[in-house]
Design a protein around this ligand. Structure first.
Ligand code: ATP
Length: 283
């Protein structure tokens, strides 16, 4: 694996954009104490996903961002990019050059990018899994790390050998699968709880369901009875109306007849009156 370039901006003491080109072979960085040599390796580990701010020699994540000097104001973000040559396809990605970037803003917002595309920390870790490159890989040996490897517990040493042997990927997958299995077991347990709760509620629900069914049947029956009653009433009212119309015609005829008689009586009365007047006039 060939790390071609490191680009820093706002990272610790590197306020301005700084590009370090690594030529094939060995590159040594030389400088007086406190000039920022270790900040370079810190930046590499940071991009590779280092989460422990202590191992980056800070006390909080914002210590990564250039904090300013007497003559220069602090910056609002820190960014570091590693540019790898991937012509040998060592990284499982279809690009001949791979840029991995990590960024943090003073607001606390952070992000990872692979070839400028935002991604998760998990994607960065998976990209470098079993390549020997990684924040814990054997490719970055910091101050005191050799002593640590030699004197630490065998469990810690094992991790370094596993990374070198290329089985970390499988171990990580195994751990992930185990976690998922555990999660599934918990879900199963919960489902069983829910199931037994449902079973307990089943009896009363059955009774309620039967009642509901009975209610629905009765409602249907009532509806058809109401419709029948309605039709019956309509028929009845229709017949009543017919009768009334018939009666009305009879009464109208009677009325007309009575009216004629009245007219005739009135005429007779007038005639009698006239005759009476004529009779008394003659006397
Ligand atoms: P040594 O040779 O003693 O190990 P070094 O060259 O590795 O030193 P570093 O430890 O990389 O130096 O850098 C330390 C310097 O980085 C200090 O001067 C410190 O003030 C500066 N520094 C660290 N964090 C920041 C920051 N957030 N903003 C500005 N400067 C910072």
């Amino acid at each position: 694996m060939y790390l071609k370039r490191l680009e820093l901006q706002g990272f610790k003491s590197f306020a301005d954009k700084t590009v370090l080109e690594f030529m094939p072979g060995i590159t040594s960085v030389i400088g007086p104490n406190g000039s920022g040599k270790s900040n370079i390796s810190d930046s590499i580990r940071w991009v590779l996903g280092e989460q422990s701010i202590k191992s980056l020699r800070g006390s909080k994540s914002l210590d990564i961002i250039f904090a300013g000097t007497q003559n220069r104001k602090s910056l609002g973000f820190a960014e570091a990019s590693l540019i790898f040559d991937n012509t040998d396809g060592a990284l499982p990605i279809e690009y001949t050059e791979v840029t991995v970037t990590r960024k943090i803003y003073r607001s606390g917002e952070t992000g990872y990018y692979i070839n400028k595309v935002p991604c998760r920390l998990k994607d960065v870790l998976e990209l470098f899994m079993d390549t020997g490159i990684g924040k814990d890989g054997y490719s970055i040996i910091g101050q005191g790390k050799i002593d640590e490897i030699l004197s630490n517990k065998s469990e810690d040493r094992r991790h370094i050998f596993e990374e070198a042997a290329g089985i970390v990927k499988y171990r990580a997958r195994k751990e992930e699968s185990e976690k998922k299995l555990e999660h599934t077991k918990l879900n199963l347990l919960r489902i069983n709880d829910i199931l037994s709760e449902i079973e307990t509620n089943m009896e009363p629900l059955k009774g309620q369901a039967e009642k509901a069914k009975k209610y629905l049947n009765l409602r249907e029956e009532l509806k058809s009875i109401e419709v029948g009653l309605f039709i019956y009433n309509i028929e009845k009212y229709k017949n009543n109306l017919k009768e009334l119309i018939k009666d009305d015609e009879v009464y109208k005829a009677q009325y007309n007849e009575e009216e004629g008689r009245l007219e005739r009586i009135k005429a007779l009365k007038e005639e009698l009156k006239e005759r009476y007047r004529q009779h008394y006039k003659a006397d």
